[in-house]
Design a protein around this ligand. Structure first.
Ligand code: PEP
Length: 257
């Protein structure tokens, strides 16, 4: 029994200044009607410097499109030059925050312990984490994807209670499929998303596992979203490149049509 509302989240990465951000959000709002945004949750994840502008643009649109950040600090505040706290993001009206994206793990040395601290910082500020897990090509070639993703999941959720885990969105993003044009097959996506849900059931019970939304991410576009969404344990997508094009992202949100 799947009552999980599909969630499409656009990770803009380090693209678009605040003026370009307003334009993209306005185009998206114009392309999507209230019913479409009720059926499927649409989220944009701009750079920090765009958030205030996105907030203003979306306020005028009855907040049907949600938004969030691509990272946050694990600290509450203080002498952490260059960092952004969960409280700052919450104050800007963010609903979501990406945590543990493979680019942060790879280029900023984020490990599971740090990801865990960031998940806790997000939850403490009533931000919904979009927790990313995923294997590199070497692990995939050795058929280690399920074990790897479950280890990342366990580490990220360490010390959380079932009611906290229920609030989290998990994104399965095979690193070899990000920005490469190589989409995992729908069966590949289902294998790991299903294993993640089974792991959640084992650790937190069936009710929690059934409630958690699990996204697939990696070269998702309008042309492949429907087949991916047809998988029973895939509840949405995290979208990089294709989320920078308003029409393409709107088509992804409209996948049920
Ligand atoms: C991502 O980085 O989260 C991602 C899925 O990127 P892309 O869609 O460009 O592969």
């Amino acid at each position: 029994d799947n009552t999980r509302r599909p969630i499409m989240a656009g990770n803009w990465k380090m693209n678009l200044n605040h003026l370009e951000a307003i334009l993209l959000v306005q185009k998206l709002a114009a392309s999507l009607n209230e019913q479409q945004l009720t059926d499927v949750e649409a989220v944009v994840l701009p750079p920090f410097t765009d958030l205030r502008s996105v907030q203003t643009a979306i306020d005028g649109d009855k907040v049907l499109i949600k938004y969030g950040a691509q990272d946050l600090s694990q600290h509450k505040g203080g002498a952490y030059t260059g960092e952004i706290s969960g409280a700052m993001l919450a104050k800007l009206g963010c609903s979501y925050v990406v945590i543990g994206h493979s680019e942060r793990r790879e280029y900023h040395g984020e490990d599971d312990a740090l990801v865990n601290a960031k998940v806790k910082a997000a939850l403490a500020n009533e931000l919904t984490p979009i927790l990313c897990v995923g294997e590199g090509l070497d692990i995939r070639e050795a058929a280690g994807q399920v074990a790897h993703c479950c280890t990342q999941l366990d580490g990220a959720l360490d010390g959380l209670k079932a009611e906290q885990v229920q609030k989290i969105v998990i994104a399965y993003e095979p690193v070899w499929a990000i920005g490469t044009g190589k989409t995992a097959t729908p069966d590949d996506a289902q294998e790991v998303c299903g294993a993640i849900r089974a792991r959640l059931a084992e650790k937190y019970g069936a009710e929690t596992a059934d409630a958690v939304r699990i996204q697939y991410g990696g070269s998702v576009k309008a042309a492949n979203i429907a087949a991916i969404m047809a998988q029973p344990d895939v509840d949405g997508a995290l979208i990089g490149g294709a989320s920078l094009d308003a029409e393409e992202f709107a088509s992804i949100v409209r996948f049920p049509e």
